[in-house]
Design a protein around this ligand. Sequence first.
Ligand code: MN
Length: 131
Amino acid sequence: MNGRVLVIEDNPENMELLVYLLRTSGNEVLTAEEGESGLAVAEREVPDLILCDIRMPVMDGFEVARRLKRDPALRDIPLIAVTASVSGADRESSLAAGFDDFVAKPIDPEKFLGQVTELLGDGAPADGKPQ
Ligand code: MN
């Protein structure tokens, strides 16, 4: 893997783990601690993949997702929700907001990197359609 990955996450320990896993597997990592600055970094850097926490103060992950998916320059970037609740209402809300995949907290490193590889891997769009 050597993609440019943006991580939007307000929890310092979780951020540290995500950054560590992504960097040690060869990716360039950009970070933001809240939604507004995350959107600004996304607009400026146009990363290959965006990971976004759902539960954040001020602007939650759902709103970040809606805004990313409204932007023609950013909507095709694979977007992964980082959330403790990967089933039920949160999952439906995440899909409705535009997330393409989920990473469960606590993070399982092997599973997490598998998901990242899949979304970054061959450059195929997140919806699986051929280029
Ligand atoms: Mn959070």
